[in-house]
Design a protein around this ligand. Structure first.
Ligand SMILES: Cc1cc2nc3c(=O)[nH]c(=O)nc-3n(C[C@H](O)[C@H](O)[C@H](O)COP(=O)(O)OP(=O)(O)OC[C@H]3O[C@@H](n4cnc5c(N)ncnc54)[C@H](O)[C@@H]3O)c2cc1C
Length: 301
């Protein structure tokens, strides 16, 4: 249901009882109480500071790393899709990029402007905010090494300038400043040959499309790679390719992907995640850690 935004004196768009399945790449997820897309930073600050103090707030990008449980999310989801997406050149090969800019747009901007070091963003089907939260990476590159500083917002609508020193950053993990969310980042690149970079990226994407089920509903890699090994190798060695629960199946093309074949529920995916973890631990004594973020109410809550 759509609520006229001016009824609330906010400039963004507020949806209530919004199915999260419409906002995740798995196309799975129950309803969220409130789903807000801000029009700009001031509007975002006003909206979140007006929410009740105990309201649960979750920021999302393109939901490309999110499993939303079937009973949905109590509280407010702030979506940056279509919002805060400006890319502004600063001095010295540096860009100020809104957290709502897509990683693909950022990669394109870099190579069109002969900036090098951001090619890996082309492999991440999310927004910059999600990439910052995940330290997303591809093709040997990662988000945080190109970050000079970030701007964040808290629940009171206060704005902060942060640097990498304020966080503990690891492979697909960023911890620190827990009650703040990313609204933009200053990213540092090098001067170089944009056309050559674009060609390299095209080749890497083609290689990836040959080995991953990129066109099907998934969240990419479900598990982090354990040190010195690959989650996909371990899962495949357990004979789990093609293993399904309900509408969720371990991809035949790449064992670290779980596909929604059309009617999967979040509980199917979550059960399959647990099954894979148990089997890999039993057969290889490795405890796989989920890369995907799981949110929302479970059936027993
Ligand atoms: C086909 C496919 C391939 C993929 N390949 C890769 C890959 O090569 N490398 C890789 O790293 N990932 C990959 N992913 C996973 C995913 O694209 C990345 O994790 C991406 O960074 C998530 O971005 P998003 O905008 O979709 O974030 P979401 O999935 O919407 O959110 C992810 C997490 O970030 C948090 N978050 C989102 N925005 C903000 C914000 N503004 N401030 C604070 N927290 C925020 C959310 O609360 C959530 O915890 C792939 C996914 C798919 C579907």
């Amino acid at each position: 249901m759509m609520v006229a935004s001016n009824q609330y004196a906010f400039k963004g768009t507020l949806l209530v009882d919004e199915p999260m399945a419409k906002h995740t790449s798995w196309k799975i997820g129950g309803k969220v109480d409130k789903f807000y897309t801000p029009s700009d930073i001031d509007d975002l600050a006003k909206f979140i500071s007006d929410l009740p103090a105990d309201e649960k707030i979750i920021f999302i990008g393109l939901g490309s790393n999110l499993l939303v449980r079937d009973k949905g999310v109590r509280g407010t989801v702030i979506s940056l899709k279509g919002s805060l997406s400006d890319i502004e050149p600063l001095d010295d090969n540096c860009l100020r990029v809104g957290a709502g800019a897509s990683c693909a747009k950022l990669a394109r901007h870099c190579h069109r402007n002969n900036l090098i070091g951001g090619e890996f963003f082309a492999g991440i089907p999310g927004l910059l905010g999600g990439a910052l939260a995940m330290n997303a990476g591809a093709f040997g590159g990662e988000t945080w090494p190109v970050v000079k500083s970030v701007i964040t917002i808290n629940k009171k609508g206060e704005i902060f300038n942060r640097t990498a020193c304020d966080y503990v950053i690891n492979y697909r993990s960023v911890k620190g400043c827990e009650n703040e969310w990313f609204i933009s980042a200053d990213l540092q690149f090098e001067n170089g040959d944009g056309d050559a970079a674009a060609l390299r990226v095209k080749q890497l994407l083609a290689k990836r499309a040959a080995s991953q089920p990129t066109g099907l509903p998934s969240c990419g890699s479900v598990f982090k790679n354990p040190e010195n090994d690959y989650a996909a190798r371990l899962i495949e060695a357990c004979g789990l390719k093609g293993r399904s629960i309900g509408g969720a199946v371990v991809s035949e093309k790449h064992a670290n992907f779980i596909i929604n074949t059309g009617n999967a529920k979040a509980c199917d995916v979550e059960d399959l995640i647990l099954l894979v973890q148990k089997k890999v631990e039993k057969e290889h004594a490795v405890k796989l850690q989920a890369e995907v973020k799981i949110i929302g109410e479970a059936d027993n809550e």
